[in-house]
Design a protein. Structure first.
Length: 240
Protein backbone atom coordinates (compact mmCIF):
# COMPACT_ATOMS: atom_id res chain seq x y z
CA UNK A 1 0.00 0.00 0.00
CA UNK A 2 1.44 3.34 -1.01
CA UNK A 3 1.24 6.12 1.53
CA UNK A 4 2.24 9.72 1.14
CA UNK A 5 5.06 10.84 3.45
CA UNK A 6 2.69 13.18 5.24
CA UNK A 7 0.16 10.38 5.83
CA UNK A 8 2.87 8.03 7.11
CA UNK A 9 4.19 10.67 9.52
CA UNK A 10 0.68 11.58 10.65
CA UNK A 11 -0.26 7.95 11.27
CA UNK A 12 2.83 7.29 13.34
CA UNK A 13 2.36 10.47 15.38
CA UNK A 14 -1.27 9.54 16.02
CA UNK A 15 -0.29 6.02 17.10
CA UNK A 16 2.38 7.38 19.43
CA UNK A 17 -0.05 9.84 20.99
CA UNK A 18 -2.53 7.03 21.46
CA UNK A 19 -0.09 4.71 23.18
CA UNK A 20 1.21 7.59 25.28
CA UNK A 21 -2.32 7.96 26.62
CA UNK A 22 -2.87 11.34 25.01
CA UNK A 23 -6.42 10.83 23.74
CA UNK A 24 -7.25 14.52 23.93
CA UNK A 25 -7.72 16.91 21.05
CA UNK A 26 -4.37 17.65 19.44
CA UNK A 27 -2.68 20.65 21.02
CA UNK A 28 0.68 22.12 21.77
CA UNK A 29 2.60 20.41 24.55
CA UNK A 30 3.75 22.51 27.48
CA UNK A 31 7.36 23.60 27.33
CA UNK A 32 9.53 22.97 30.38
CA UNK A 33 9.25 26.54 31.57
CA UNK A 34 5.46 26.26 31.45
CA UNK A 35 5.42 23.11 33.53
CA UNK A 36 4.98 23.28 37.25
CA UNK A 37 8.26 23.95 39.05
CA UNK A 38 8.00 20.79 41.10
CA UNK A 39 6.88 18.57 38.24
CA UNK A 40 8.48 15.16 38.35
CA UNK A 41 10.52 14.69 35.21
CA UNK A 42 10.67 11.20 33.80
CA UNK A 43 14.20 9.89 34.02
CA UNK A 44 16.18 9.58 30.83
CA UNK A 45 17.74 6.17 30.18
CA UNK A 46 19.97 4.99 33.03
CA UNK A 47 22.07 3.04 30.55
CA UNK A 48 22.03 4.97 27.27
CA UNK A 49 24.98 3.07 25.76
CA UNK A 50 23.34 -0.29 26.48
CA UNK A 51 19.90 0.85 25.29
CA UNK A 52 21.32 2.32 22.08
CA UNK A 53 23.22 -0.93 21.57
CA UNK A 54 19.94 -2.88 21.84
CA UNK A 55 18.35 -0.65 19.20
CA UNK A 56 21.41 -1.06 16.97
CA UNK A 57 21.03 -4.83 17.24
CA UNK A 58 17.31 -4.63 16.37
CA UNK A 59 18.17 -2.47 13.37
CA UNK A 60 20.74 -5.03 12.21
CA UNK A 61 18.09 -7.76 12.42
CA UNK A 62 15.36 -5.63 10.80
CA UNK A 63 13.96 -6.80 7.46
CA UNK A 64 10.75 -4.76 7.43
CA UNK A 65 11.57 -3.17 4.07
CA UNK A 66 13.08 -4.51 0.88
CA UNK A 67 16.14 -2.31 1.38
CA UNK A 68 16.80 -4.28 4.57
CA UNK A 69 17.51 -7.36 2.48
CA UNK A 70 19.56 -5.49 -0.12
CA UNK A 71 21.94 -3.75 2.28
CA UNK A 72 25.51 -4.78 3.04
CA UNK A 73 25.31 -3.28 6.51
CA UNK A 74 22.65 -1.53 8.50
CA UNK A 75 23.73 1.90 9.78
CA UNK A 76 22.06 2.45 13.15
CA UNK A 77 24.09 5.50 14.21
CA UNK A 78 27.28 6.34 16.01
CA UNK A 79 28.60 8.64 18.70
CA UNK A 80 28.20 9.63 22.31
CA UNK A 81 25.19 8.13 24.11
CA UNK A 82 25.19 11.26 26.26
CA UNK A 83 25.56 13.77 23.44
CA UNK A 84 24.11 17.23 23.92
CA UNK A 85 23.86 17.49 20.15
CA UNK A 86 22.55 14.94 17.65
CA UNK A 87 22.85 15.27 13.88
CA UNK A 88 20.13 13.51 11.87
CA UNK A 89 20.75 12.95 8.16
CA UNK A 90 18.71 11.26 5.46
CA UNK A 91 19.94 7.72 4.70
CA UNK A 92 23.21 5.83 4.32
CA UNK A 93 25.00 5.99 0.98
CA UNK A 94 27.39 3.45 -0.56
CA UNK A 95 30.30 4.23 1.82
CA UNK A 96 28.08 4.07 4.88
CA UNK A 97 26.51 0.81 3.65
CA UNK A 98 29.99 -0.67 3.20
CA UNK A 99 31.18 0.34 6.68
CA UNK A 100 28.00 0.28 8.76
CA UNK A 101 28.77 3.80 9.99
CA UNK A 102 26.95 7.07 9.27
CA UNK A 103 28.46 9.92 7.27
CA UNK A 104 31.80 8.40 6.33
CA UNK A 105 31.75 9.35 2.61
CA UNK A 106 32.21 12.76 0.98
CA UNK A 107 29.20 14.28 2.73
CA UNK A 108 30.57 12.85 5.96
CA UNK A 109 33.92 14.57 5.45
CA UNK A 110 32.10 17.85 5.10
CA UNK A 111 30.02 17.08 8.18
CA UNK A 112 33.26 16.38 10.08
CA UNK A 113 34.52 19.84 9.06
CA UNK A 114 31.28 21.39 10.24
CA UNK A 115 31.55 19.60 13.60
CA UNK A 116 35.18 20.71 14.02
CA UNK A 117 34.29 24.28 13.04
CA UNK A 118 31.81 24.24 15.94
CA UNK A 119 34.67 23.38 18.30
CA UNK A 120 33.49 19.80 18.73
CA UNK A 121 34.79 16.38 17.80
CA UNK A 122 32.82 13.57 16.24
CA UNK A 123 32.80 11.45 19.45
CA UNK A 124 31.22 14.43 21.28
CA UNK A 125 28.04 14.19 19.21
CA UNK A 126 25.70 11.43 18.00
CA UNK A 127 25.10 11.00 14.27
CA UNK A 128 22.29 8.99 12.71
CA UNK A 129 19.78 9.01 9.86
CA UNK A 130 16.06 8.83 9.23
CA UNK A 131 16.62 5.53 7.37
CA UNK A 132 19.05 2.95 8.71
CA UNK A 133 19.52 1.13 5.37
CA UNK A 134 20.78 2.39 2.05
CA UNK A 135 18.10 3.04 -0.58
CA UNK A 136 19.31 1.74 -3.98
CA UNK A 137 21.01 4.37 -6.18
CA UNK A 138 20.67 6.75 -3.23
CA UNK A 139 17.05 7.47 -4.17
CA UNK A 140 14.81 9.37 -1.75
CA UNK A 141 13.35 7.39 1.16
CA UNK A 142 9.90 5.97 0.41
CA UNK A 143 7.01 6.77 2.78
CA UNK A 144 6.68 3.13 3.88
CA UNK A 145 10.42 2.96 4.63
CA UNK A 146 10.19 6.12 6.73
CA UNK A 147 7.15 4.72 8.51
CA UNK A 148 9.01 1.49 9.34
CA UNK A 149 12.27 3.17 10.36
CA UNK A 150 11.06 6.23 12.22
CA UNK A 151 10.43 4.39 15.52
CA UNK A 152 14.13 3.48 15.72
CA UNK A 153 15.12 7.13 15.32
CA UNK A 154 12.54 8.32 17.83
CA UNK A 155 13.68 5.75 20.38
CA UNK A 156 17.32 6.75 19.88
CA UNK A 157 16.44 10.38 20.51
CA UNK A 158 14.34 9.43 23.54
CA UNK A 159 17.31 7.55 25.04
CA UNK A 160 19.90 10.26 24.38
CA UNK A 161 17.52 13.16 25.07
CA UNK A 162 19.88 15.67 23.45
CA UNK A 163 19.42 19.35 24.17
CA UNK A 164 19.98 20.13 20.48
CA UNK A 165 19.24 18.39 17.19
CA UNK A 166 20.52 19.49 13.81
CA UNK A 167 18.30 18.10 11.04
CA UNK A 168 20.44 17.78 7.92
CA UNK A 169 18.23 18.35 4.90
CA UNK A 170 14.54 18.27 4.15
CA UNK A 171 13.88 14.60 4.89
CA UNK A 172 15.16 14.75 8.45
CA UNK A 173 13.45 18.09 9.09
CA UNK A 174 10.13 16.85 7.70
CA UNK A 175 10.16 13.63 9.70
CA UNK A 176 11.15 15.25 12.98
CA UNK A 177 8.94 18.32 12.69
CA UNK A 178 5.98 16.59 11.02
CA UNK A 179 5.80 19.21 8.31
CA UNK A 180 6.35 19.37 4.58
CA UNK A 181 7.55 22.99 4.46
CA UNK A 182 10.58 23.68 2.27
CA UNK A 183 13.95 23.37 4.00
CA UNK A 184 14.69 26.96 2.90
CA UNK A 185 11.73 28.10 5.00
CA UNK A 186 12.52 25.88 7.99
CA UNK A 187 16.27 26.52 8.34
CA UNK A 188 17.77 29.41 10.27
CA UNK A 189 15.47 29.18 13.27
CA UNK A 190 15.00 26.83 16.18
CA UNK A 191 12.00 24.52 16.30
CA UNK A 192 10.86 22.37 19.21
CA UNK A 193 11.27 18.60 19.20
CA UNK A 194 9.26 17.05 22.02
CA UNK A 195 10.24 13.89 23.85
CA UNK A 196 7.86 12.04 26.11
CA UNK A 197 5.68 14.05 28.46
CA UNK A 198 7.59 16.05 31.12
CA UNK A 199 10.99 15.79 29.45
CA UNK A 200 12.66 19.00 28.32
CA UNK A 201 12.12 19.39 24.58
CA UNK A 202 15.16 19.65 22.32
CA UNK A 203 15.86 22.71 20.22
CA UNK A 204 15.97 21.60 16.62
CA UNK A 205 17.82 23.52 13.92
CA UNK A 206 17.16 22.42 10.33
CA UNK A 207 19.91 23.20 7.83
CA UNK A 208 21.00 22.13 4.37
CA UNK A 209 22.29 18.58 3.95
CA UNK A 210 26.09 18.42 3.43
CA UNK A 211 25.51 16.51 0.15
CA UNK A 212 23.33 19.39 -1.09
CA UNK A 213 26.01 21.82 0.00
CA UNK A 214 28.66 19.84 -1.93
CA UNK A 215 26.51 20.04 -5.06
CA UNK A 216 25.78 23.73 -4.52
CA UNK A 217 29.00 24.94 -2.94
CA UNK A 218 28.35 28.68 -3.22
CA UNK A 219 29.52 31.25 -0.66
CA UNK A 220 25.86 32.02 -0.03
CA UNK A 221 24.93 28.43 0.86
CA UNK A 222 28.04 27.90 2.96
CA UNK A 223 27.25 31.08 4.87
CA UNK A 224 23.65 29.92 5.43
CA UNK A 225 24.79 26.61 6.94
CA UNK A 226 27.47 28.30 9.01
CA UNK A 227 24.93 30.84 10.29
CA UNK A 228 22.64 27.97 11.33
CA UNK A 229 25.45 26.19 13.15
CA UNK A 230 26.56 29.39 14.85
CA UNK A 231 23.07 29.77 16.28
CA UNK A 232 23.39 26.27 17.72
CA UNK A 233 26.85 27.09 19.09
CA UNK A 234 25.55 30.25 20.75
CA UNK A 235 22.74 28.33 22.48
CA UNK A 236 25.14 25.57 23.50
CA UNK A 237 27.58 28.09 24.93
CA UNK A 238 30.33 27.07 22.51
CA UNK A 239 32.94 29.67 21.63
CA UNK A 240 33.13 31.04 18.09
N1 LIG B 1 24.03 11.10 3.70
C1 LIG B 1 23.21 10.89 4.75
O1 LIG B 1 22.14 11.46 4.82
N2 LIG B 1 23.58 10.05 5.68
C2 LIG B 1 24.73 9.41 5.65
O2 LIG B 1 25.00 8.64 6.58
C3 LIG B 1 25.58 9.65 4.57
C4 LIG B 1 25.21 10.49 3.61
Amino acid sequence: MKKSIKTAIGQLAEMERFFAGDFSVKGRRKTTSEQEPNAVFSAASQNPAGDLGKIAEEVRQCRKCQIGSARLNAVPGDGSPRARLVFVGEAPGADEDAQGLPFVGRAGQLLDKMIHAMGLKRPDVFICNTLKCRPPENRDPKPDELYNCMPYLKRQLEIIRPEFIVALGAHAAHILLETDKAIGQLRGQFHTYSFSEHANPAQLMPTYHPAYLLRNYSDENRKRVWDDLQKVMAEMGLKK
